[in-house]
Design a protein around this ligand. Structure first.
Ligand code: PEP
Length: 249
């Protein structure tokens, strides 16, 4: 049976009190289902509240949306992997398109962040994806391969197998436009080929970009997708509980 991962990226929404209320509703509406995991990436200030609220549910896990690569020190405003672990995080998003395109994060930054996450035993979820201009120029696969090599090029097979990749075309994030299931599947195949070329066969590959209740079943019908990373449609706990129950062939 496929083990599907439904990951919620709350971005800069949902404070600690709201997170507690969210989990009360979500836990009541969504009981564990075999073959499904529900992960949550709240803003850093809400990680501890969310991790507490998700406890005793083996199918649920809380992560951070970003980390800095140094473990501690004079880096005002940053959160390190060991600090996130102390707050209850077990995973970290790395290289989200908003980090890359709003905050100027580079491939080299993502490499250091993946290494820092793994050193602290956080699951690194690396986001990759092309802009509209890159897509229109026919550069999708070149961009994704560059981002994979930049972040993961130095890892051995065991480390690669622990990474999760989220393919998120930048033009599909928060725009209401999403890649067709076939488009997503084609890029996922390329990502798996990149991993296989380095001996890694276990890494999970998710799709993200305007996933919602209307398109999730068609996307998950593609067996290349091991799950979805969802922003806007994860903010309402009732709707998210429904989305996590998307029927999958
Ligand atoms: C995201 O934030 O990773 C994302 C995919 O957002 P949205 O679902 O809102 O497009």
């Amino acid at each position: 049976m496929r083990q599907l991962l439904f990951a919620a990226n709350w971005k800069m929404n949902v404070g600690p009190d709201e997170a507690r209320a969210y989990f009360k509703t979500f836990r009541a509406r969504y009981l564990p289902h075999e073959g499904r995991d529900a992960w949550f990436f709240p803003p850093a200030v809400s990680v501890e509240a969310a991790a507490q609220a998700a406890r005793e549910r083996n199918d649920m896990l809380v992560g951070v949306q970003d980390i800095y690569w140094e473990p501690k020190g004079a880096f005002t405003g940053e959160v390190s992997a060991p600090l996130a672990v102390q707050a209850g995080a077990r995973a970290a998003l790395i290289g989200h398109s908003e980090r890359r395109h709003v905050f100027g994060e580079t491939d080299e930054d993502t490499r250091k962040k993946v290494a820092a996450a793994q050193a602290a035993n956080l699951v690194a979820m690396l986001c990759v994806g092309e802009t509209l201009a890159e897509r229109d120029a026919g550069h999708t696969l070149a961009v994704v391969n560059r981002q994979l090599s930049g972040a993961l090029g130095g890892l051995d097979v065991a480390a690669l197998d622990r990474v999760i990749i989220a393919y998120e075309p930048v033009w599909a994030i928060g725009t209401g436009k999403n890649a067709t299931p076939q488009d997503a599947s084609a890029v996922h195949k390329e990502i798996r080929a990149w991993l296989r070329g380095r001996g890694a066969t276990r890494a999970r590959v998710l799709y993200g970009g305007s996933v919602n209740l209307k398109n999730s079943a068609a996307l998950l019908a593609e067996h290349e997708l091991d799950g979805v990373l969802v922003g806007g449609a994860s903010l309402d706990p009732e709707a998210w509980a429904q989305l996590v129950q998307t029927p999958a062939a």
